[in-house]
Structures are given as structure tokens and as C-alpha cells.
Design a protein around this ligand. Structure first.
Ligand code: PLP
Length: 400
């Protein structure tokens, strides 16, 4: 997945266009401007994702916030999210005074549709599946629920760009979709993000909201009107320039990920105790990670330690991770904020100390995720496959 691996002359050429003109901002300065990197990247993303509208923003976290805000999510609204995700998910919801309602995941490692149904009440406004580690939620089941209850479906596709579901690129299936182009994602801008949608109103809202409410009408920025309150979530031309080179390489990157993923998966498939994360029917992974289960949590933890000690880097045991799993989120559970949070958040946040997350624990405790790198050469990849198979088999043999 890492964007930090492959960049060079193409990125440099686009960045130099921006430095040569000195116009680093995406709006205004029409007289001096010779490039529209942000606009071009929005068009390229719209093409690749088969979607009508794209709004670039400053980060994936900003994309989530802007997507929610664009669709009218605000104070007291509840947004259903998985408890295996990245902290950005609940941060973006809290930023609007809305309430993150965490529910269990299943063997897809994403939202369990049954758990989602149980969490719906009159305050629920949106369901936000997070396509963690290169594969997707059961989007058609979630869409059915959204249609039944009149809820928004907002996809966090930050970790799964390039994957698809029922022939549609991930991010383009729901009412809105979000991407991140931070430095560790499949393609990068350094920092950046995008909101995608087929809904013209949401797009217009995202366009205005991410730039202080500017309506972007006319050619005098200072004279533009502000129909509603906004904020600054803009991307710069410099960042967009890097992304413009990277989007052209996305499909090459996905092909490399698929090749590397397949070698490792084929090797691990020879171990009968290893099983793989379920990909919903009609889904094609982005191959950003290889995710697999061991028979018990103790075995997964031991195997992860043995892999790390054995020099197999970039494998993760998310169950114990500070940033991706609810167990370590005391700051959320106890609402430890610098200033006071909105009353709605304090009143409506569930007591997560007593919430039953045993179903998520069942899957996450057994999960190991290995990052798929683009830079591995054949010898490195073969050695990795051999080392992983040997180390995991040794751990399994010790236990029996
Ligand atoms: C990276 C990431 C984000 C946030 O993106 P940033 O660009 O780092 O703000 C949100 N959700 C998920 C699932 C991510 O992996």
C-alpha cells in the first residue's frame, strides 16, 4: 500500500510546473496561473472511479468530515461505524458534533450488517463502512438497510483504493465515498484526500464547505458570496501535482500488489490452519494487505511475535494496536478532549466500557495483516513467502 515507495520523475515534473509558476493555491490567481493541478486530479479521479463529482481536500480525515457535512450530518446525529477502523473515523464524526456509534465487525473485517441493524434508532443518520486493509464491507446488504431506514451510505475507501464491488470502484457505490492520499496509502499526495459522489448537491456543498463557504462564482475571489458556514480543508496545487502523477500509476500499483499478494497467499494456503478473510461476493480486493486468521487468538499473537522476531516486517496484530481497534481508545470512551464537547455527544455516546464487542474480538484476536509492498523484488518476495510459511508452521507445531 505505501505511497512512499514509488515516486520520481513524473511527480517531479508536475511539481516543477507549480514551482515554475509560483501559484501554489488551487483557487484564484487566474492571471498568473498556468496549471490547474487540483482540477485535473479531480477530473482524473472522476474518470477512474466512474463517478460524476470529485472534491479534493487536505486529507482523508478532512474528506470524511466534508462528506458528512455535505450531506447535512450535524450535532446529535448518529453515525454507525465499525470498531475496527482508524481513529480518523470517529474524529471526523465528533468534529461535527455528531456521535460515533461503534458496532461489531464480522469475518469480512468490516461492518457486520446484523450489528448495524441493531444499532439503528431515530437519531441514526448515516452508516459508514470502512474498507479496511484492501477489502470491502458487504455493500449491498448495507445499501438495503440504508434504503429501508432512509440512511446515508458513506464509504471510507481510504485503505482500498483500486478495489471494486459488483463492478463499481470502491468509494463510488454509496451516496458519498472518501479517499486518503497520505504518505502511507496506495497513491499519495504527501497529504490529501477526496470526496466522491454522483449527487450534485452534496458536491456543491463539499466544494463550498471545504473553502470557508466560498460559492466559487465569478472571477474575483474576494467578492464571492458565502451561502453557509464553512472551514478550510483545501488541498494545495503542490500536493495535487504529486497526486496527478500518482493517479496515472494507480492501476500499475494495483497490478504489482496483486502479484505480491498472490505469491504470499499461495504460500500460506498450504498451511491447513490458516484461513483468509472473507471477501463479499462480487468484491475484488485492492490487495493492499494480505489478511488471514489463525485458529486462536493466542496462536495469532505468538505467530505475529515470531514473524517480527524472524525479520518479517510490516505484519500487524491489530487487536493490540493503539490506532486501529477500540480496546485502546480510552480517549474516546472517556471523551478526553481539550475543551468541552457538545452536550449531544456527552449525552448520546454509548458506554463503550460495557458494550459487547465479543464478536469483533473473536475475529480480530485471530487476525494477522501483512502490508503488501510495491518495492519487493522477486528474491525478497520468495524469501518472505518461505519465511512466513516456516515461522507460522513452527508456531502451530509448538502448540500441538
Ligand atoms: C488513512 C486513513 C484515514 C485518514 O486519512 P488521512 O489522510 O491520514 O487523514 C481515514 N480512514 C482510514 C481507514 C485510513 O486508513
Amino acid at each position: 500500500m505505501p505511497g512512499f515507495e514509488l515516486f520520481g520523475d513524473k511527480e517531479r515534473a508536475h511539481v516543477n510546473d507549480v514551482l515554475d509558476s509560483g501559484v501554489l493555491m488551487r483557487y484564484g490567481f487566474d492571471g498568473a496561473r498556468t496549471h490547474w493541478k487540483a482540477k485535473e486530479l479531480e477530473n482524473a479521479l472522476a474518470d477512474r472511479m466512474g463517478i460524476k463529482h470529485v472534491q479534493l481536500v487536505s486529507s482523508g480525515t478532512a474528506a470524511l468530515t466534508v462528506a458528512l457535512a455535505s450531506a447535512g450530518v450535524g450535532a446529535g446525529d448518529e453515525v454507525i461505524i465499525p470498531n475496527f477502523t482508524f481513529v480518523a473515523t470517529f474524529e471526523s464524526i465528533l468534529a461535527l458534533g455528531a456521535i460515533p456509534i461503534m458496532v461489531n465487525i464480522d469475518d469480512t473485517l468490516t461492518l457486520d450488517p446484523e450489528a448495524v441493524k441493531l444499532a439503528i434508532n431515530s437519531k441514526t443518520k448515516a452508516i459508514m463502512p470502512v474498507h479496511m486493509c484492501g477489502s470491502m464491507a458487504d455493500l449491498s446488504a448495507l445499501k438495503n438497510i440504508c434504503d429501508t431506514y432512509g440512511l446515508l451510505l458513506i464509504e471510507d475507501a481510504c485503505q482500498a483504493i483500486g478495489g471494486s464491488y459488483q463492478g463499481k470502484p470502491l468509494g463510488s457505490y454509496g451516496d458519498l465515498g472518501c479517499f486518503s492520499f497520505d504518505y502511507v496509502k496506495t497513491i499519495t499526495c504527501g497529504e490529501g484526500g477526496a470526496v466522491v459522489t454522483n449527487n450534485a448537491t452534496y458536491h456543491k456543498n463539499a466544494d463550498h464547505f471545504s473553502d470557508h463557504g466560498h460559492d466559487h462564482i465569478g472571477s474575483d475571489r474576494g467578492a464571492e458570496a458565502h451561502p453557509f458556514l464553512g472551514y478550510n480543508y483545501r488541498i494545495s496545487e503542490l500536493h495535487a501535482a504529486v497526486g496527478l502523477a500518482q493517479i496515472a500509476r494507480l492501476d500499475d500499483f494495483i497490478a504489482i500488489q496483486k502479484k505480491h499478494y498472490s505469491v504470499l497467499r499461495d504460500a500460506l494456503s498450504k498451511i491447513p490452519e490458516v484461513t483468509f478473510r472473507r471477501v463479499p461476493e462480487g468484491g475484488v480486493e485492492s490487495y493492499a494487505f494480505l489478511n488471514f486468521f489463525l485458529p486462536t487468538a493466542a496462536l495469532a499473537k505468538n505467530a505475529h511475535t515470531a514473524l517480527t522476531n524472524g525479520g518479517v516486517d510490516a505484519c500487524f496484530y491489530w487487536y493490540d494496536n493503539n490506532w486501529h481497534y477500540h480496546k485502546k481508545w480510552d480517549h474516546l470512551k472517556n471523551l478526553k478532549s481539550l475543551g468541552s464537547l457538545p452536550k449531544e455527544v456527552k449525552d448520546q455516546l454509548p458506554n463503550y466500557e460495557t458494550t459487547d464487542f465479543s464478536k469483533s474480538d473473536h475475529w480480530m484476536g485471530r487476525t494477522i495483516s501483512c502490508l503488501i509492498k510495491l518495492s519487493w523484488d522477486t528474491a525478497t518476495l520468495e524469501k518472505r513467502a518461505t519465511d512466513m510459511t516456516r515461522i507460522i508452521s513452527e508456531v502451530l507445531a509448538q502448540e500441538s
